[in-house]
Design a protein around this ligand. Sequence first.
Ligand code: BTN
Length: 248
Amino acid sequence: MERENRLIGKKLIHFDVIDSTNEYAKKNFINLENGTVILSDEQTKGKGRAGRGFISNKGGLYFSVIYHSKLEISKLPLYTQLASIAVFKALEEIDIKAHIKWPNDLYINKYKICGILTELIQFKDFNGVIMGIGINIKNTRDEFMKANILASSIEEETKIKIDSKLLLERILYHLDAIFLDFETNRDFEKYKTLLIENSMIIGKEIALDIGNENVIAKALDIDKYGNLIIDVNGERRALNSGEVHIRM
Ligand code: BTN
């Protein structure tokens, strides 16, 4: 597939097994070209959000994208939500309907099938983004159950046979287009509709951990800054992705 005219995925480094593609990206960031993708068939120490792990057995797609951004650091967490749109669109193209759980997961049939971990490094002239995406393609519910995790894979949930290589290509294509557009126009507003219409949580009662506080709230909206708007006992609050964990 034509990657020559694109930034993201023009270079791809492929491992059979690695500890974590995000860790590799972090350690080697300055030596890797902007847009490089690090892919592994398996990870022995997959990293999730908030210090959690990410089960990364064979059968999934685990990759990290090196991205140089000129945007101010406060805008960079939005790249997580933009990446969820890229995965959503690539799945839609192969007739798979997923739901997006703000800010960084995709679900099918109430089971998590994709997680996204964005890590940031500040440099003098630009900000470094490491966009780590893990997608369960062929893994089984049982694999996750053993670790007490409610997750599954695309094939297990849809019974559709996935061409992982093609799926990766389509995700990289959308990441490239969406990141370039956001970097240039800085307009998150236009992505909101897709995030809201295909949300797993908007319009629903959810349980959240906000720092040490546990609350039950109704998820109302996503604002133009990418914050989740919730209603807690009649009080409207805007949450940014760094401060909150939604329990499912
Ligand atoms: C989460 O669900 O909390 C985020 C999971 C992110 C997993 C991906 S897999 C590729 C990349 N390398 C890692 O170690 N983590 C990310």
